[in-house]
Design a protein around this ligand. Structure first.
Ligand code: NAD
Length: 358
């Protein structure tokens, strides 16, 4: 099979880590007989430098014409003083909305061999951790009406409205139930229905949906309790589904449990099979150009692309197993190496993963 992939290297460490990930994908193509065709596109600070805006129309067109999109990271101090609508990070929001990506999948996957990087007590994460957070990405308070007004007696007032429609909730709910069916058939829906009207609608839609998925063990949890449960007993979770802002916060909490930001991939999906795949970390300007960034989150993002956009389960597993084998043998980049341990550079880590795939 032939797959067209839009490749956005972006800024900072983006070009270094994406280059390694693409080499890994080529190794998969060679082994399993697929052809991956790459079209590079600009977004973020490098696009501002080249075209004056963070997300040029040409990039949107390339992404829309592709089967899937791989992104490194965007942004950096050079572009921090741009006006709000021209900030480098706007490119990501623009891509999500242009491509209709409403579901954000963030696995908090902790490899057993990295368990000493976890800030929790070892017995809480014994045997590793594998939680998938499904976050609604295009609705809720981040996209609702906002504003400020002057009041007579309380000074200036600000407001952000958190709207959600049945349709928006149902489509993210379906993604989460489908993911649960592909995993351990366990789904926790997180809301704040004791306070928020949007959460009450959220819960009623989820309850209607669960009738369609009798095999899934479903439960509801208030968001404050979810935040506690994630650190008290993270292994109780398999798939968690939640709205935009709660998901933003809980997915960061869950990823920190795994210990390293350089290890975590993510996928953003819409109605079709095309997705945007990227590491959860940013452009790490402090280490850019030094060939020391950890490429594993980007490589694991490609694993997610193989699984969710192309339906290539065996190939996705080959990527994940190669990463696991490299870690089990004790190879580390500087961010996950213990004090005094010799670390591989970005290219050496990419090459190690490829050697395991071959
Ligand atoms: P960051 O994730 O870039 O870096 C945080 C820390 O983690 C830094 O010390 C960095 O060196 C380290 N780190 C991150 N990724 C690493 C990797 N792969 N290997 C080794 N170490 C790694 O977050 P930040 O410093 O807050 O943001 C830097 C820039 O990235 C900002 O301009 C920010 O807006 C942008 N950003 C972009 C995205 C994105 O493109 N999706 C996401 C978050 C932040």
């Amino acid at each position: 099979m032939k797959y067209n992939i839009a490749v956005i290297k972006g800024d900072g460490i983006g070009p270094e880590i994406v280059t390694e990930a693409v080499k890994v994908l080529d190794a998969i193509g060679e082994k399993y007989g697929h052809e991956f065709v790459y079209t590079e596109a600009l977004a973020g600070g490098c696009a501002i430098d080249a075209c004056g805006i963070p997300l040029p129309q040409e990039t949107i067109d390339i992404c829309k014409a592709s089967d899937s999109v791989l992104l490194g990271a965007v942004g950096g101090p050079k572009w921090d003083n741009q006006p709000g609508h021209l900030r480098a990070e706007k490119a990501i929001l623009g891509l999500r909305s242009e491509l209709g990506l409403f579901a954000n999948l963030r696995p908090a996957l902790m490899f057993d061999s990295l368990s000493d990087a976890c800030p929790l007590r070892p017995e809480l994460v014994e045997g590793g951790l594998d939680v998938l957070i499904v976050r609604e990405l295009t609705g809720g308070v981040y996209f609702g009406e906002r504003g400020r007004k002057q009041t007579e007696d309380m000074g200036e007032m600000a407001y952000d409205i958190m709207p959600y429609s049945e349709k928006e909730i149902e489509r993210i709910g379906r993604v989460a139930f489908d993911m649960a069916m592909k995993r351990n058939k366990k789904l926790t829906s997180v809301d704040k229905s004791n306070v928020l009207e949007t959460s009450r609608l959220w819960r009623s839609v989820m309850h209607k949906l669960k009738e369609e998925y009798p095999e899934v063990e479903y439960s509801d949890l208030f968001v404050d309790n979810a935040a506690m449960q994630l650190v008290i007993n993270p292994k109780q979770f398999d798939v968690i589904v939640t709205e935009n802002m709660f998901g933003d916060i809980l997915s960061d909490e869950a990823s920190m449990i795994t210990g390293s930001i350089g290890m975590l991939p993510s996928a953003s999906l819409g109605e079709g099979t095309r997705g945007l795949y990227e590491p959860i970390h940013g452009s790490a300007p402090d280490i850019a150009g030094k060939n020391i960034a950890n490429p594993l989150a980007t490589i694991l993002s490609l694993g997610m692309m193989l699984r969710y956009s192309f339906g290539l389960q065996e190939e996705a597993l080959a990527v994940e197993n190669a990463v696991k084998a490299v870690l089990d043998e004790g190879y580390r980049t500087a961010d996950i190496a213990k004090n005094g341990e010799k670390a591989l550079n970005t290219q050496e880590m990419g090459a190690k993963v490829i050697s395991k795939i071959k």
